[in-house]
Design a protein around this ligand. Structure first.
Ligand code: SF4
Length: 325
């Protein structure tokens, strides 16, 4: 079965159960007809003033792309519970999953065990799958390190694979083939500017297709994208699947997120932060706290529908990079 999910979940469980994982965000954003998907959701009655990711996920599911949906109803998006109810109403099998807000170990273990049970596997089998995936995660982490430390490969290429690692393109073997290609391209960093302003992106995955390229056009180089890196789970000290998903920052409080982000900012010698926020997203409020906590120059930009960077944001981004260089 193809099992869709609304945000990163323990993918090891789906693989251990012998199913195909499908990150619905990746499915939507890579679709050729993204705007048609948004129109379909709006035609069904989802308000225009709802986040595009929610509308895109809804329409991708309704297009028959998956057999069941794991809906993360705690720790992700305040809209997901309603989305799950709507999908259920439309006849789609939905499976709830919760990241405990307080990062309680026992509660998270219970959630993972319950997911295992529903999908027909055990936490021990998921653990075994985690061990098999570890070398893949380590290879991706090494490419990440090479991209920002030695510049032998553009970070933008690594970031695309980090994004894809939430579902391993449906097949770890397929994903490994993509890793092979990227490793072979090491040393061919293209237009990488060695002395550019070093930029980090934070926030939910951007709906701007060309944000990293535009940063480069304006004299910067993105060396970190917070969430794609998180999706790649570079938590090699984690002793179990539960520890791994406790170390993951996205579903928990902003302070846990900011600690990780600050550490990476220092490690990668980042000069400026671009905080991407999504129109109609409750996480916009986190911008206030994040800006205070990261303690480096920060530009907040907002996007809505998928597409290229809009002109106003482009002007602001250019001015921000000019200030840094
Ligand atoms: S961007 Fe915000 S509103 Fe949209 S799906 Fe993500 S968390 Fe929800």
């Amino acid at each position: 079965m193809r099992i869709g999910f609304t945000t990163t979940i323990p993918v090891e469980v789906i693989l251990a159960a012998g199913h195909v994982p499908v990150d619905l965000n990746n499915l939507f954003i890579s679709a050729a007809d993204r705007n048609a998907l948004l129109a379909r959701a709006e035609k069904r009655g989802i308000p225009v003033s709802t986040c595009s990711w929610i509308k895109g996920i809804y329409a991708s599911v309704m297009a028959g792309e998956v057999d069941s949906v794991i809906a993360v109803v705690e720790g992700d998006c305040s809209n997901t519970s309603s989305l799950a109810e709507l999908l259920e109403h439309e006849g789609v099998r939905t499976i709830p999953f919760r990241y405990p807000r307080n990062r309680d170990r026992a509660a998270l273990r219970e959630q993972i065990e319950s997911l295992c049970q529903v999908l027909g596997t055990t936490i021990e089998q998921a653990e075994a799958r985690r061990n098999e995936l570890m070398p893949i995660r380590k290879r991706l982490d090494e490419l990440d390190r090479l991209s920002w430390s030695t510049h032998v490969i553009p970070y933008s290429k690594v970031r695309n694979l980090q994004l894809a690692s939430s579902d391993f393109l449906g097949s770890p073997m397929k994903f490994e083939a993509r890793l092979d290609t990227l490793e072979q391209a090491t040393g061919n960093a293209g237009r990488l500017k060695m002395h550019a302003a070093r930029i980090a992106i934070a926030g939910v995955p951007t709906s701007f297709d060309d944000l990293l390229e535009r940063v480069r056009d304006f004299g910067g180089e993105v060396m970190l994208d917070e969430m794609p890196r998180q999706f790649s789970m570079p938590f090699f000290d984690a002793e179990s699947i539960v520890d791994q998903y406790l170390a993951y920052t996205y579903p928990y409080d902003i302070f846990h997120r900011a600690r990780d982000l600050k550490e990476q900012i220092q490690r990668r010698r980042i000069h400026g932060l671009v905080h991407y926020i999504q129109a109609f997203c409750h996480r916009q409020i986190e911008d206030i706290v994040l800006r205070d906590l990261v303690e480096i120059p920060t530009l907040t930009i907002e996007g809505d529908r998928p597409g290229p960077l809009d002109q106003r944001s482009g002007v602001r981004l250019q001015a921000f990079l000019e200030m840094l260089t």
